[in-house]
Design a protein around this ligand. Structure first.
Ligand SMILES: O=C(O)CCC(=O)C(=O)O
Length: 337
């Protein structure tokens, strides 16, 4: 068993098997919109063996030859007052550090509306002590992580308005080098909980590799200090990752600090409305909350949906009133149309 793992992890196998498997998988993906699991496995193996940068060249492929991408233009339509220079600066910062805190805050009315939504709708609960879905009960939670079903997020005007905001599309395009494809709209609460499973709750350092190249936008909807679970990132770890840190697993703080030093850990405390852009191929986690709670909204854009199985959402039936706007940009919103 060990020998088999060593073989599939060897450079020889990477060139002989994983690169061709990834290439063939991408071709099939372009034709079918489905990723063969073996090609996804190969993508992750190439990254583990060859390191950051090794799969970036492929990230252009799934989208670049997608004829639809030429039809996906967007106008500058944003709730933020930004320039092209601003976007270039944000992109440079993410390229250098792996993250960038934007100098804009989410307007109070957006924070209020998203918080209302997160309070009113029933959530899926991780590590739940009771079956079924639950509305958040901050005084007596049934688990440490409540996530809103994406379907409910798509019914909401504010979430969709943010997902379409040209500031985020422009930054994603600048960083990814391709028309961004929306990959995820997500919102979740984290709470203190006895015996919280830190692995399951993304509260141990890890890196994401669900797609070839992607960018996440995090929005704090509660004030976040050291006690209620700030998001943490290791500066520069999106491009700097030694062999021993490229295994597919969670890492202890000790392992991370041994390699990067504590000085590269950025603990993102901030007021509600804070917007953070991050390449989560770098090491990140949420700190385990000691008290209070944190509510976060998240958008993710990728160069293509090649990779982890994704959820196709039928926007036409979920929110027929907005469907036509999304249909007009078939590459960005290919998950919804
Ligand atoms: O809760 C957090 O801050 C970590 C979230 C995370 O791991 C992710 O969004 O990829």
């Amino acid at each position: 068993m060990f020998k088999l793992r060593a073989l599939t992890h060897s450079r020889f196998f990477v060139y002989l098997f994983h690169y061709p498997s990834l290439f063939i998988g991408l071709c099939l993906f372009v034709l079918t919109r489905k990723t063969p699991w073996i090609s996804y496995w190969s993508m992750r193996k190439i990254y583990a063996v060859k390191g950051p940068g090794s799969i970036d060249v492929f990230s252009r492929f799934g989208n670049a030859i997608d004829y639809k991408s030429r039809r996906s233009q967007w106008a500058k339509k944003s709730i933020f007052n930004y320039t092209e220079n601003d976007v270039a600066k944000f992109v440079d910062t993410v390229e250098r550090d792996g993250y960038c805190i934007l100098p804009f805050s989410l307007p109070e009315s957006y924070v209020t509306e998203l918080t209302r939504l997160a309070t009113d709708e029933k959530c899926d609960v991780r590590q739940s002590s009771q079956p079924g879905t639950h509305r958040i009960n901050l005084a007596s939670p049934v688990g440490p992580w409540y996530q809103l079903p994406e379907r409910d997020l798509l019914k909401n005007k504010t979430t969709l308005e943010l997902a379409k905001d040209s500031l985020f599309l422009d930054i994603a395009k600048g960083y990814l080098g391709e028309t961004p494809v929306n990959d995820l709209i997500f919102m979740w609460w984290t709470l203190p909980y006895k015996n919280a499973d830190q692995d399951l709750l993304a509260q141990m350092y890890h890196f994401d590799l669900d797609r070839l190249k992607f960018l996440k936008f995090f929005f704090y909807l509660t004030d976040v200090d050291m006690t209620n679970g700030p998001h943490c990132f290791i500066k520069g770890s999106h491009t700097n990752k030694s062999d021993s840190l490229r295994q597919d697993r969670r890492y202890t703080d000790e392992e991370i600090f041994k390699n990067y030093g504590t000085e590269n850990e950025v603990i993102m405390t901030g007021k509600k409305g804070l917007i953070l852009v991050e390449d989560t191929r770098g090491f990140h986690k949420g700190l385990n909350p000691k008290q209070g709670h944190r509510l976060m909204f998240q958008l993710e854009y990728a160069t293509s949906l090649f990779g982890q199985a994704y959820t196709q959402m039928d926007l036409k039936s979920i929110n027929p009133g907005v469907y036509d706007q999304f249909k007009a940009q078939p590459t960005i919103w290919q998950r919804f149309i």
